[in-house]
Design a protein around this ligand. Sequence first.
Ligand SMILES: Cc1cc2nc3c(=O)[nH]c(=O)nc-3n(C[C@H](O)[C@H](O)[C@H](O)COP(=O)(O)O)c2cc1C
Length: 330
Amino acid sequence: MSTEKRKTEHIRICLEHDVEFRKTNGFENYQFTHNALPELNWEDIDISTEFLGREFRSPFFIEAVTGGTKTAEKINRNLAKAAEDLGIGMGVGSQRAMIEDPHLTSTYTVKETSPSVFLVGNIGASHIMEFTVEKIMDAVEKIKADALAIHINPAQEVSQEGGFRNWNGVLAQIKTVCRSLDIPVIVKEVGNGISAEVAKKLASAGAAAIDVAGAGGTNWVKVDSIMGKTPFQNFYEWGIPTAESLEECHRAVKIPIIASGGIRNGIEAAKAISMGASLAGLALPLLKPATESADAVKKVLEQLILELKTTMLLTSSGSLKELSGKAVKI
Ligand SMILES: Cc1cc2nc3c(=O)[nH]c(=O)nc-3n(C[C@H](O)[C@H](O)[C@H](O)COP(=O)(O)O)c2cc1C
């Protein structure tokens, strides 16, 4: 199947099917203590933060979704406009399609319409094994990315028809890409989580940040099994729940961590920040809005921002730093 067709099918399946895990992201195992006397003015609550040297107006991140098709172009532009207006960052989906067919580059080039957005390029583990470092650098430069995300997705790949199965040497190649690029490299999963052991390897390979993309949200084994009618149903619940993955990685490494995978409200985002994440990322809840307009995307994110701020008032946290450590395991 061509990359373009696969991308179109991914979007269609994510819009039309139940593609989430049955198991939860694990944040329900953490709770804040209600503060009935916050002694804090709503107007003074500061949710701004810094990530990889850039100021974000709130600790949210629009996760990598797509690229390579006409619909993808519209989705990326709407996501970028929303991200720019809200002062947050976004990722484009895998740039494989534009490396294979340079005519598809415009489906990723959101800086033409949203020049100040913090933009993260995207490439898969299988692609860094396939393409030269020069090709990857070129793809990143063409979209003026501020950082590159490499996705490591063995569960997705093995459950995909014709998926990538030889994972020997991937870490060494991640190291080479980190060394060769003059922008930071974020290494991310796509929905099965990252363990402490893997986080340590990635940090020593030169990753500037990790996006745990844990289990509990979008489920790629499920999406690709639906698409290819492959027999991987017994792996539908495979993976480390997001909260668990975040806790492990935060204990294991010092580099910034994005928490994503099933984050669906501002309380979960607040818990993630409290547990050590620099940003909380979302993909699936923004997909349908992004097919409509930037305002529709903003509406979803503004609700999460409101809920984050509410959580901060109710825990008497004037800044994200003050929120730190307040979500406790129950
Ligand atoms: C439609 C769709 C396409 C995606 N494509 C990519 C991709 O190309 N590269 C990538 O690294 N992650 C991709 N992801 C994974 C997300 O970036 C994210 O890690 C994951 O979906 C977990 O977040 P969620 O539960 O909020 O969706 C995609 C997610 C969705 C929903």
